[in-house]
Design a protein around this ligand. Structure first.
Ligand code: F6R
Length: 250
């Protein structure tokens, strides 16, 4: 695992954006797995700024939604597809035909997961997975306990994730209890994984992610086994237990 430490939130956004920009420069039609959540939003805004300044062209990128609540229609403010569009797809000018959704508002959810995995396979796998870190070590909604090769599937949110998601929607009663998530296997097979982590409250889970035992109880600990992982983190999140593998961003 390679770690980039940012001194400010602006630097965190820039470092994350640099990694996406590099991927797109090397492969304009790269397949990107795109998280919502609060942590990567500054990075997405930085990417949109670069596009507006003519410094970035993401028009050929293929976007894969990371996760979606079950039973939430597209026009509901809680739709994670809607959030992905507002924060990433639309500001970067990516045509909607290049976006693969997790269809979770009715219908056959199993078939929906299968269709998603077929699209990932047809794309040749994920080039870059942009992830945030859940307070319980979830990646996407791969909730603990989770196998390293868990497929794309229907999942019950853990109580911890209901609490963390309540911040987005104004209360636990607003948080759907089920979701579809891209499988841990999709994440682990990505050619490059960027994990963006910010905030003192993530110190402990980040230390476990990087240096704790590799265990289904902390799904993010499987990243220790992935071939190419970059952790972009702010200084306040790095603890003494996380320090050994740090290389400082300049
Ligand atoms: C979002 C997602 C989640 C979040 C994680 C961290 O699509 O899948 O795994 O990345 O819960 O959320 P934030 O960034 O809000 O702390």
């Amino acid at each position: 695992m390679h770690t980039l430490v940012a001194d400010t939130s602006e630097q965190l956004s820039q470092l994350g954006a640099d990694l996406v920009a590099r991927t797109l420069a090397e492969r304009p039609a790269a397949a990107l797995l795109v998280a919502t959540g609060n942590t990567p939003m500054g990075m997405y805004q930085e990417l949109a700024r670069r596009r507006a300044d003519g410094l970035l062209d993401a028009s050929q990128a293929r976007v894969f939604q990371l996760d979606e609540y079950v039973g939430v229609p597209e026009d509901d403010v809680r739709s994670l597809y809607g959030w992905t569009r507002r924060s990433f797809v639309d500001p970067l000018g990516i045509p909607l035909e290049q976006v693969t959704r997790l269809m979770a508002d009715g219908g056959d959810l199993q078939a929906s997961c299968q269709a998603y995995d077929e699209r990932v396979a047809a794309a040749g796998g994920i080039d870059l997975a942009i992830l945030g870190l859940g307070p319980n070590g979830h990646l996407g909604f791969n909730e603990p306990p989770c196998a390293a090769d868990a497929p794309t599937r229907l999942i019950d949110l853990t109580p911890e994730s209901v609490v963390s998601n309540a911040v987005y929607w104004g209360g636990e009663d607003q948080v759907p209890r089920q979701a579809l998530t891209a499988g841990m296997n999709v994440i682990m097979q990505a050619r490059h994984i960027v994990l963006v982590v910010s905030g003192a409250h993530k110190q402990d889970i980040l230390a476990r992610t990087m240096h704790g035992p590799v265990t289904p109880d902390i799904p993010s600990s499987f990243l220790q086994l992935a071939p190419n992982v970059t952790i972009v983190v702010d200084r306040s999140t790095i603890t003494s237990t996380s320090q050994p593998s740090v290389s400082h961003a300049t």
